[in-house]
Design a protein around this ligand. Sequence first.
Ligand code: ADE
Ligand code: ZN
Length: 356
Amino acid sequence: MIFDRNHLPLKLVEQVKYMPKIELHVHLEGATQAEVFYELAQKNKIDFGVSSLEEWQSFFAFKDFGHFLRVYTLAITALKEPEDYTFIITEFYRQQAEQNIVYSEAFISASFIIQKFETYAILKAIEKGIKQGSEKYGVKINFIPDISRELVNTQMAVVDFVIEGNKRGLFIGLGIGGPESGFPPELFAKAFEKVRKAEIHIVAHAGETEGAKSVWGALKILGAERIGHGIRSLEDPELIQYLVKKQITLEVSPTSNYALGIVKSDEIHPIRKLLEAGVNCTINSDDPAMFSTSLSKEYFLLLKQGFNCFELYQMNINALKSSFADKETKSKISLLLNTFERNRTVFEAKDQLIPR
Ligand code: ADE
Ligand code: ZN
């Protein structure tokens, strides 16, 4: 049997590569390569406080959550003109298509956007990026602007931005990210209430750096339909029961959790325990450029931790089911998945095959 650099059978690697994939939790800015930020910073005369691309790239090697947020915030300062968003959005489509990610839901860090741009100018630039990207690369991406918790005062402006973009068919939901600790859901109740009234989807990062209380708050106070990360829900059996009963999906991002020290490097990822408890989980890359990962690499990581292809494929199907895609998109992608299943004998990989 031929093995590749990840010590997985090559045919299994190919199966993951060619599987039409669905991703529900990925940040536009976190998917933007260090080199792109560096070039934009040079174009826009933004000082990153580094003297070379190499120095900037090494700044991307994360130690902890605080460092990650500093890098993220600094990188975003390079996005100075609306057309910078057109560019990174088009680039993002290219990257998703290249990995055969046929449907994505992607966050845009809106708390930063609304501080810098006039609403109509930036919406137009985003619209242009979506049009260019979808026409050129043929994959579907639905965008979800999110509030950065540490920028509490931006929340109502983000809500207005989401509602306006939703009217134009650009956005399908509101999210919330950034540091959980010190910024509990109660602070954002009004913003989310307004969005719920406008019948716009809601998702929330929770249970990443904080425990079960934060997840309860995201569900009960913000009205989150899915939870970003949520792995610390395991600290509360009652919460696990609730997630199972209400079929609330967790958007799990293993590499992100290891990179930020949420899960220790020598530990098996808790996604196994969550699945055993009956929680609906999906696989995601979160900030792929910043964590040197990709959706395929997330699959490989789980294969190496003992998952089989069937389990991964099942999570891919779960992602489609718990996505906010419209009926037409869901049935189109189901057809793609059916075709993949029918043809999968091309990729013989013995016991790790996706069963018919
Ligand atoms: N924004 C981008 N990535 C994030 C993460 N992993 N947690 C919270 N906010 C984020
Ligand atoms: Zn995230």
